[in-house]
Design a protein around this ligand. Sequence first.
Ligand SMILES: Nc1nc2c(ncn2[C@@H]2O[C@H](COP(=O)(O)OP(=O)(O)OP(=O)(O)O)[C@@H](O)[C@H]2O)c(=O)[nH]1
Ligand SMILES: [Mg+2]
Length: 307
Amino acid sequence: MTQETPAVFKSGYVALIGAPNVGKSTLLNRFLREKISITAPKPQTTRNRILGILTEPGFQIVFMDTPGIHRAKDRFNRVLVDTALATLGEADAVCFLIEIPEPDPEINDYILENLGRIDTPVILVINKIDALADKSRLLPLIEKYRGRHSFHAVVPVSALQGEGTDELMTELVALLQEGPQYYPEDHLTDQHERFLVAELIREKVFRLAHQEVPYAVAVSVERFAEIPEKNRIDIEAVVHVERESQKAIVIGKKGQMLKEIGRQAREDIEKLLGCHVYLGIFVRVTKNWRKDPRTLAEFGYHSPDRQ
Ligand SMILES: Nc1nc2c(ncn2[C@@H]2O[C@H](COP(=O)(O)OP(=O)(O)OP(=O)(O)O)[C@@H](O)[C@H]2O)c(=O)[nH]1
Ligand SMILES: [Mg+2]
């Protein structure tokens, strides 16, 4: 009689690293088939390390979505970049995302420098190929990058439309080692519902407000009350801005902007929570919150070594 050897369970942490706006969060959401991480056509949308947990028969991948790496000019932006770079030390594999044309090649040089300091396998992911009319531009770019780092694989994808993402998943699974199931199989993220709700509101501000306003905004959830008999959750949130002028923009003429932020956020929050939601949003001026270490920490932005 032959005895079946029990199949080994594989797992690993995978960091999604790249310049701002390259599509890291869009890729995470595609892999998880859920909106775990907010996205917007503006740089520095993601501000925290966001875990996305994918559990399949035989393996678990814990993705770490990260803030885009950029030239940090102040304390707040340094926290974002530190948060992203710190994930390199925790990862079993790294997806380094780039796009064509490269908006800022020097940033990618800087990321390559950092990748050179670790032994972790790195997959070069060339994203947004759906938007690339001239596919002959791929090869020279791949050659250039292959000359700079010994990549485990190079995979062109469209995170938005799904092209190439199965191939990328196959490469990632091949890199997994025997390991524990870190999270229960029904967990998609380690973040609490309150955080996800605050992020969905921030996403709408990011998408609807312009210029400096999205960067001056933080969102806190002040009340989150389940009303089971009405199958409803009552949420009150505060959109913090730094100046009165920004408050006026977020509220908009006759409150139109805030109303639209609330309408779109509520739709997404109801999808996330699977019930009716009452959403009240207030706008408050919290002067210089990005400069003050206390308010930064209060809103959840702290360097990994200070956590
Ligand atoms: N055409 C195209 N657009 C994409 C693709 N992937 C992402 N995008 C768009 O690029 C923009 C940025 O996407 P995000 O996923 O927020 O990018 P990110 O790298 O997480 O950005 P930060 O969090 O700011 O660092 C959004 O408007 C996305 O819809 C893609 O494959 N093709
Ligand atoms: Mg992002």
